[in-house]
Design a protein around this ligand. Structure first.
Ligand code: SAH
Length: 232
């Protein structure tokens, strides 16, 4: 059974976008995952196909209407749909590799892309939307965030990455940032590849990589180390 993504958006033309190329694009063609886009505006009720309105209580900007969005969600994800319903949102729980792995192991995802100031709180509650953030910054819409989330998920689907091992040695998979990489040439602008990496001694290489990963993590992301037992 392939991973099924349904994206609700005012800009379906943004999809598959970057996900139509490279690994994700090939996987889309071969049916490892599928992508459906739903134009939220198709569920508007008035002649002008209005999807937003002014915020209750006043203030700047516009808010996506609960009724229109709820109809779109009910169409894309009828009762009994086993897929989680996500709302891309800067207020959401920050996306982690752990959540990405969980999603990749599941049947798919229904992804709502916000626009304007965001969406009416009542539709978040009534349709059980899980708010997901891709970082502490503000995008103009949820579409790039949905592309980011799907990119991270799709590359983990069985058959997408050539070398399955590389998925497990990457940054965050073991609570650490990854060690630095080197390849030919042996010397670049006077900088040689670290001696140990050409020693052929695999246990020494593993120890060096682990030490470098710990050093980088301590320097750049001490928050990740809090939950991580250090080697001697
Ligand atoms: N007024 C909102 C920001 C709205 S940005 C606030 O201050 O919280 C418009 C839309 O872009 C949001 O509804 C959301 O879908 C998307 N978006 C913006 N930043 C995001 C982020 N960091 N992660 C995920 N989605 C984001």
């Amino acid at each position: 059974m392939s991973f099924s993504a349904s994206v609700l958006t005012l800009y379906p033309e943004m999809f598959p976008g970057a996900l139509g190329l490279s690994l994700a694009g090939r996987a889309l063609e071969t049916g490892i995952w599928s992508l459906q886009t739903i134009q939220i505006r198709d569920f508007a009720r008035d002649r002008h196909r209005t999807v937003d309105d002014t915020p209750a209580g006043g203030g700047a900007g516009m808010v996506m209407r609960a009724d229109v969005l709820a109809s779109a969600i009910d169409h894309a994800s009828p009762a009994g749909d086993p897929r989680p319903r996500l709302l891309m949102s800067p207020r959401g729980k920050p996306l982690t590799q752990r959540r990405v792995r969980e999603l990749a192991a599941g049947p798919g995802a229904v992804i709502v892309c916000g626009r304007f100031e965001g969406v009416d709180q009542r539709v978040i509650e009534s349709r059980g939307l899980e708010e997901v953030s891709i970082g502490d910054f503000i995008l103009s819409g949820g579409e790039p965030a949905a592309l980011v989330l799907l990119d991270a998920v799709v590359r983990l689907l069985p058959g997408v990455m050539g070398n399955a091992v590389s998925g497990e040695e990457e940054s965050f998979e073991n609570g650490l940032l990854e060690h630095p990489h080197y390849t030919r040439p042996q010397e670049f602008e006077g900088r040689p590849i670290p001696e140990v990496l050409i020693s052929g001694n695999h246990s020494k290489i593993a120890a060096w990589r682990r030490a470098e990963a710990e050093r980088l993590t301590k320097e750049r992301r001490p928050d990740l180390l809090a939950a991580q037992p250090l080697s001697k």
